[in-house]
Each structure stands twice: as C-alpha cells, then as structure tokens.
Design a protein around this ligand. Sequence first.
Ligand code: SF4
Ligand code: SF4
Length: 93
Amino acid sequence: MLKSSSQIPLGGNIIKPGNSSEYKTGNWKTFSPVWDKDKCAQCLICPVNCPENCIPVKEGKRLETNFDFCKGCGICSQVCPFGAIHMKKCQTS
Ligand code: SF4
Ligand code: SF4
C-alpha cells in the first residue's frame, strides 16, 4: 500500500542547525591529500583555503587532515607553496 506524504521521512531538509559534523563525508573522495611534515613550513595557507575546514590548527601549527570530512578536492595541494601536500588516488575495494 502506498504511503501518504506525512508518512514519508523528510529528505533534503536541514531539520537541525549545526548538524554537518554528524555527517562524515570523507568516503566520497577518490583522491586523498598526503601531507609531508618535513617539507611543511607551517605557513598555514592550506587550512584557510580548505573548503571543508578539515585541516586542524593547534597552537599556530597545522595538524594531520581530518579524513572523516576531507573530500579530496586537492585545493590544499594546489595552494601549498612548499610542495608539502600531494594527492594520492584512494584504494578502491
Ligand atoms: S583535499 Fe580539499 S577537503 Fe581535503 S584537506 Fe585538502 S583542501 Fe581540504
Ligand atoms: S600550505 Fe604547505 S607549508 Fe603551508 S601549512 Fe600547509 S602543508 Fe604546510
């Protein structure tokens, strides 16, 4: 039997503000950034350019990428002036 519109779960709606952290989207990516700590000069250009805000900064230094939310866009790799990030194809299962 067909459901009525009131019985169908909401879709495409933000029903609670500030809930994006509950949705881990990191498995969408086909390429993943690889950070070379030895080449990194801690200029902090990559964290401010990451559209997902998934490069954490603590006490003035960037830390490892939060891969739960990184979508593999490659912007961090493009903007790094020191060649400290390269993109690597993700393994497929
Ligand atoms: S690949 Fe894109 S989403 Fe992932 S850390 Fe770099 S800029 Fe952020
Ligand atoms: S842009 Fe490059 S050098 Fe600057 S903090 Fe990011 S990885 Fe390090």
